[in-house]
Design a binder for this molecule. Structure first.
Ligand SMILES: [Zn+2]
Length: 144
């Protein structure tokens, strides 16, 4: 690559960008902020070492996650992206609690509904027995 088309990494490091520059595919010249962010946290040589140890198909995802981690670390020097992870974990725990609560309420309502159905059936059976008894008494009464 000529100097006019150097990748953002080589441009930032003021070096020539070779044809086989390991960083060029992931740090295009039109997004210098992406490299600046990763370079600030990891350092260019560490980023290059990490990428060279990985198969090519995993490198783009690696650079995406490093960029996310680095920008989170710059925004929040204490917690970095773990702050986001903790927040999401709390949301998951809260959502699981809500699900368990709703499932318990559903189970309770289902049990109450079944009991009402049984009571209704029992009342109906009691009523039938009552009418049958009354009818039998009537019959008995007629016989007298
Ligand atoms: Zn380069």
């Amino acid at each position: 690559m000529s100097n006019s088309t150097r990748c953002a990494a080589c441009k930032s490091l003021r070096r020539r960008c070779s044809e086989d520059c390991a960083l060029a595919p992931y740090f295009p010249a039109n997004n210098p902020q992406r490299f600046a962010c990763v370079h600030r946290i990891y350092g260019a040589s560490n980023v290059t070492k990490i990428l060279e140890q990985l198969p090519i198909h995993a490198r783009a995802t690696t650079v995406d996650s490093m960029t996310f981690e680095a920008s989170s670390r710059i925004q929040d020097p204490v917690y970095g992206c773990t702050q986001i992870i903790f927040k999401l974990q709390r949301q998951i725990v809260h959502a699981q609690y809500e699900i368990a609560k709703v499932q318990a309420e559903l189970a309770l309502h289902s049990a109450q509904h079944q009991m009402q159905q049984q009571n209704h059936t029992t009342n109906y059976q009691d009523q039938n027995q009552y009418y049958q008894a009354a009818f039998e008494q009537e019959e008995f009464h007629f016989d007298q």
